[in-house]
Design a protein around this ligand. Structure first.
Ligand SMILES: Nc1nc2c(c(=O)[nH]1)N[C@H]1C(S)=C(S)[C@@H](COP(=O)(O)OP(=O)(O)OC[C@H]3O[C@@H](n4cnc5c(N)ncnc54)[C@H](O)[C@@H]3O)O[C@H]1N2
Ligand code: MOO
Length: 392
């Protein structure tokens, strides 16, 4: 059995950044920017008033008087110049007219006809945002990066209407097993509901992929082949179940018979030991174990990083944080253990009561995977441990 790190490296070796496409900004949230962007203009493009008040020229102090010669509002600049002893009525966001040295807020002014007089208690000036204070024409946003809402706002301000992003990976998800029916169907007494595909689809979509749940493959070679055929065109084919050593575990043999090349089978990992990875046609093939927690943990550890790599974000495992252990733990065995755990209010992390890989309800109660490396020694409450946030 190979280590989790080796398995992830082998999966990365099977991935290539996908081609790019150009999309309008309004459709770019969550996509991965692949080409750097350049600001088309300075922001603000002119010295701008930060307040509503008066743009004045000349010394500013209590009792100073100015003659108001015009008005500047956002989107309506004042065409003239402000000379000594003159003022222009100005509003937030308006260009500060040439000659003006300060904007005095209107609360500090008394106005009588066309004359303003500054009050005794003056606020601090100058209330002018210099041209290019936010960014300059030519300033760049670097790539690659996942585009958040704030990035889209900045790109829009730079006057870029379109962005070059990675094409969305297409993920085909195949649940396998005679015991499975879809939610809402009428299961026989010996059947259960196929649940894992829904978690994995949500995970893939949160990583920027499109995901399709294919019909459940039954435990026959013909059925599995037929569903694999439906996966054509996918960048990633994820199978669920049928990965172990039982007589009805057909994923490996059928994929092999269809020409898949196998990178590895079995990882020193708990849960998720019977994980398989390879290539089928041009698709990355991830054969996940059927136990619900195993498949979802493998989705975190392998599918998410693989989708990031395919979108051009590089080869990285999901990030970990550290927290103080809430209880003692015995020595770990030979498999890295990703324990379902809760991160409590005091910042301590505690494994949930059972680590059985079939217990979806306990996974749903958890908000972290406590990482125990293979052969990790016994741990005492209070020790710092690494964990992965269960954020999807
Ligand atoms: N003799 C051995 N038996 C098993 C071993 C082993 O090493 N030797 N490994 C165990 C481990 S660990 C795991 S994990 C499982 C993985 O088995 P499979 O990947 O072949 O999965 P299945 O047998 O098809 O299913 C396991 C379990 O999960 C349920 N399941 C399957 N698909 C779904 C789905 N889409 N949604 C919800 N639940 C699903 C299935 O009904 C089974 O209960 O093998 C152990 N056995
Ligand atoms: O490797 Mo299995 O996923 O422990 O239950």
């Amino acid at each position: 059995m190979i280590s989790v790190e080796e398995a992830l490296a082998q999966i990365f070796a099977l991935t290539m950044p996908l081609p790019t496409e150009t999309v309008p900004l309004a459709q770019a949230a969550g996509r991965v920017l692949r080409a750097p962007l350049c600001a088309g203009r300075d922001q603000p493009p002119f010295a701008a008033s930060a307040m509503d008040g008066y743009a004045v020229a000349g010394p500013v102090g209590p009792g100073q008087r100015y003659r108001v010669t015009g008005e500047a509002a956002a989107g309506h600049m004042f065409a003239g110049h402000v000379g000594p002893g003159e003022a222009v009525r100005i509003f937030t966001g308006a260009p500060v007219p040439p000659g003006a040295t300060e904007v005095v807020i209107q609360e500090d002014v008394t106005r009588d006809g066309d004359t303003i007089t500054l009050r005794d208690a003056l606020g601090r000036g100058p209330n002018i945002r210099p041209q290019g204070q936010d960014f300059r024409a030519g300033d760049q946003i670097s790539a690659p990066r996942r585009l958040r809402g704030v990035d889209l706002g900045l790109i829009a301000a730079m006057n870029c209407a379109e962005v070059t992003v990675t094409r969305r990976p297409d993920v085909a998800i195949i649940a396998t097993g005679d015991e499975l029916v879809m939610p809402g169907e009428q299961p026989r007494a010996d059947q259960i509901i196929a649940s894992n595909a829904f978690a994995l689809k949500a995970m893939a979509e949160a990583e920027g992929a499109t995901a399709r749940i294919l019909p459940i493959a039954r435990d026959t070679e013909a059925s599995l082949r037929a569903v694999f055929d439906l996966a054509q065109g996918a960048d990633v084919i994820v199978t669920i179940g049928g990965a172990s050593v039982g007589d009805h575990d057909l994923v490996g043999p059928v994929a092999d018979a269809m020409g898949a090349t196998r990178a590895f089978y079995k990882v020193a990992l708990r849960p998720g030991k019977p994980l398989m990875a390879g290539q089928l046609g041009s698709a990355l093939l991830l054969g996940l174990p059927g136990n619900p927690v195993s498949s979802i943990v493998c989705g975190y550890l392998f599918l998410r990083p693989a989708l990031r790599a395919m979108q051009g974000l590089g080869h990285y495992p999901l990030p970990t944080n550290s927290a103080a252990l809430g209880c003692d733990l015995p020595q770990n065995g030979p498999r890295a253990h990703y324990m379902r755990a809760t991160l409590g209010p005091g910042g301590t992390i505690t494994p949930v009561s059972s680590q059985d890989s079939a217990l979806l309800s306990l996974l749903a109660l958890s908000n972290a995977l406590l990482v125990r490396p293979a052969h990790d020694g016994p741990r005492k409450a209070g020790e710092q441990m690494r964990y992965i946030a269960l954020d999807l």
